[in-house]
Design a protein around this ligand. Sequence first.
Ligand SMILES: *[C@@H]1O[C@H](CO)[C@@H](O)[C@H](O)[C@H]1NC(C)=O
Ligand SMILES: *[C@@H]1O[C@H](CO)[C@@H](O)[C@H](O)[C@H]1NC(C)=O
Ligand SMILES: *[C@@H]1O[C@H](CO)[C@@H](O)[C@H](O)[C@H]1NC(C)=O
Ligand SMILES: *[C@@H]1O[C@H](CO)[C@@H](O)[C@H](O)[C@H]1NC(C)=O
Ligand SMILES: *[C@@H]1O[C@H](CO)[C@@H](O)[C@H](O)[C@H]1NC(C)=O
Length: 330
Amino acid sequence: MALKHLLACLSLVGLEAKKALVIVDTQDCFLENGSLPVVASQIIPKLNQIRNEKDCLFDLVVKTQDYHPAGHISFGTSHGMAQDSPNAQMSNSWRGAMTMQCIKNGGNDEACCPLYYVNSSAVTCNPPLEYCAPDGFYNSSTNPMLMNNPACTTCKNSPDSCFSMNMELWLDHCLQSGDSALASNLVSKTTDVIVQKGQIPYIEMFSAFMDNTRNYKSELDAKLKENGITEVYAAGIATTHCVRWTVQDAIFLGYNASIIMDASAGIWGTPTSYANESEAIADFQRQGITVLNTADLLKMTCESVAQDTSNAMASSMSLLSLMGLSSLWS
Ligand SMILES: *[C@@H]1O[C@H](CO)[C@@H](O)[C@H](O)[C@H]1NC(C)=O
Ligand SMILES: *[C@@H]1O[C@H](CO)[C@@H](O)[C@H](O)[C@H]1NC(C)=O
Ligand SMILES: *[C@@H]1O[C@H](CO)[C@@H](O)[C@H](O)[C@H]1NC(C)=O
Ligand SMILES: *[C@@H]1O[C@H](CO)[C@@H](O)[C@H](O)[C@H]1NC(C)=O
Ligand SMILES: *[C@@H]1O[C@H](CO)[C@@H](O)[C@H](O)[C@H]1NC(C)=O
């Protein structure tokens, strides 16, 4: 108990704080010429400046990679929408949303199935917010998504074992066989940890930590814990989606989370997300997420390891004696 308090104090005074930089989905597919384009190339020099000048702030740098199999459930085309290409305004990336019924397996079999397939009379079609597949598209003897998806059998046979969620639909993007590579002009070091997400075919995973229903977990939380990380600094694409859900999950999992706003790029104004940066910032702050910019990070000082250790030791000793616990140290 006493040791636990001591550790809590150390972490309060910042000596225990280990930081991770999490660069979210900064990939070809989400840059201007990508399969789901975002006005985002302006963040690359910011991220590179942080890496070149202040990598010393971070005990770990993680890059996440959206990495979808063909026919992913979040693609509009998986529900009968016509194949489409990005328009010049980059305004057609978001294609709608629909209600899903999901099973809760907690692992790689986590899955969701369109409610419209499970029980079409339970759905009032109202696109784009409640999109419905065209007649005949959800044919369980021909449609591979329905044939291979465990939620489509379970939720049809025992609806009570499933729960409901809303899923957004997108242009086909970041295919494993397509343009999912990390942006080639991003500073890269051999110590960077790559975490892939979005590989599970029938669930949506905006956050780098968990799927959108918080049942499936990537290895990110374990990687951070293994490295003693308590503070997450996230940036990347998109501020409104994958970066947002990553910092929200970081808070949910007990990390101190910050978002580097000008090193992130958003998909603004979709009906289910933020209208603009000021709305996003207010919502982030309300959730206890620290909002900062690249310049704020560049002003932070990196303590040398030796100084860190001696400071930590001195403070530990003074805290211990304050707490009358110095015997613990011997
Ligand atoms: C997109 O492609 C065009 C044509 O190849 C090129 O001129 C432009 O620089 C590319 N934009 C980015 C941000 O890579
Ligand atoms: C399908 O949905 C309707 C409308 O909500 C409901 O009355 C009916 O019981 C559902 N059918 C099944 C099999 O769950
Ligand atoms: C599903 O597809 C099969 C094979 O094409 C066809 O015979 C069947 O009528 C279809 N079922 C429905 C409900 O459309
Ligand atoms: C997280 O850390 C920042 C920077 O040290 C601090 O300003 C903020 O108050 C902390 N937030 C929480 C919720 O502890
Ligand atoms: C941002 O969006 C909110 C909500 O739609 C709106 O009230 C506000 O005026 C917008 N702010 C800016 C700076 O555009």
